[in-house]
Write a protein that binds this ligand. Structure first.
Ligand code: PRP
Ligand code: ZN
Length: 305
């Protein structure tokens, strides 16, 4: 029996994740890269962290801000689109959001966009005047229209927004676009961006017991490490000593590299460096021009600053 099972329930962190959707797989992938081993039976709504006092609750993404600010969950992984819509909805009732953003994450990139049926013209926001716009994001859309001083009718739906124009319920839509395949399948053309979005880690406004909070900090450190290595590369090359200033300039986002003398060649050295940005072919070509040889670029598995 795993000793984590002896830890009392109140001390286990509860993290809300989208049950099924665009964020589900990358969220679980992030947690796995942070070292979390999750046991989850089929259709189970809770995943049990076997090696950390952390359980994952699988819920509808739209419910995540409330679950976190009402302290049902301590943490949540959710899209900025959902958070911003919630923030505006709360503001409309004179409340302010209590969930606290902890980290911007490098996945779940998408945008809330306006899209018109193919063959319909669109000449900027003024084309929206007097039109019916279907959306599941009425507050973000309202703000967009208000900022442009456009009077249009917002048709609030709970889903299947992309078929609203075909059903005659709206003239155009305001919906999330990620790959664009939903729009394409429904013969819709994206014409303007309302909000750029990505996944965000949020936490409860309440203080957590010190032992639990320590796990939040550990998780954050691991998330930072995971996000850093996704872009980072370890680069090794040989170079003439005289070319070192130029080579250091070419290495993207690297701190001071390790310089190692090469046996039997006084004027060439080996350079090892961690680059905190992706290394492109163009960079390698420039390095070669600067005199580098035997260039190797390796992925970085883990990093702890
Ligand atoms: C969004 C949106 C579209 C789809 C667009 O749904 O409502 O259906 O993604 O993605 P695509 O451009 O790659 O086709 P989401 O996954 O956010 O689910 P939800 O709106 O039901 O929460
Ligand atoms: Zn949703």
């Amino acid at each position: 029996m795993n000793d984590m099972r002896h830890v009392t329930d109140e001390m286990r962190l509860k993290l809300a994740v989208q049950k099924s959707g665009r964020l589900t797989e990358p969220s679980l992938d992030l947690l796995a890269r942070c070292g979390l081993k999750l046991s989850r039976g089929k259709d189970q709504l809770v995943g049990f962290g076997e090696n950390m006092p952390l359980d994952v609750l699988f819920v509808r993404d739209d419910d995540i801000p409330d679950l976190v600010q009402e302290d049902v969950c301590d943490l949540g992984l959710v899209g900025l689109n959902v958070l911003e819509e919630k923030r505006l909805e709360l503001a409309s009732r004179g409340h302010s959001a209590r969930f606290q953003p902890l980290r911007t994450l490098d996945f779940g990139r998408c945008r809330l966009s306006l899209a018109v049926p193919e063959g319909t013209s669109y000449e900027g926001a003024r084309s929206l005047r007097g039109r019916r716009v279907a959306t599941t994001y009425p507050f973000l859309l309202e703000k967009y229209l208000r900022e442009r001083d456009i009077a249009a009718e917002i048709v609030t739906l709970s889903g299947a927004v992309e078929i609203a124009p075909r059903l005659g319920r709206a003239d155009l839509i305001c919906d999330l676009v990620s790959t664009g395949s939903t729009l394409q399948a429904n013969h819709l053309r994206e014409v303007a961006t309302v909000l750029e979005s990505h996944a965000v880690l949020i936490r409860t406004p309440l203080d957590l017991p010190p032992a639990t909070d320590e796990w939040v900090q550990r998780l954050l450190m691991r998330i930072d490490g995971v996000q850093q290595v996704r872009e980072s590369k370890y680069i090794m090359l040989h170079a003439p000593r005289g070319a070192l200033p130029e080579i250091r300039r070419l290495l993207p986002g690297s701190e001071s590299p390790t310089i190692i003398p090469l046996e039997g060649c006084a004027d060439r050295v080996a350079v090892h460096a961690v680059c905190r940005e992706d290394v492109f072919w163009e960079t390698l070509e420039s390095l070669k021009k600067a005199g580098a040889s035997a260039v190797l670029v390796l992925p970085v598995e883990k990093m702890l600053a």
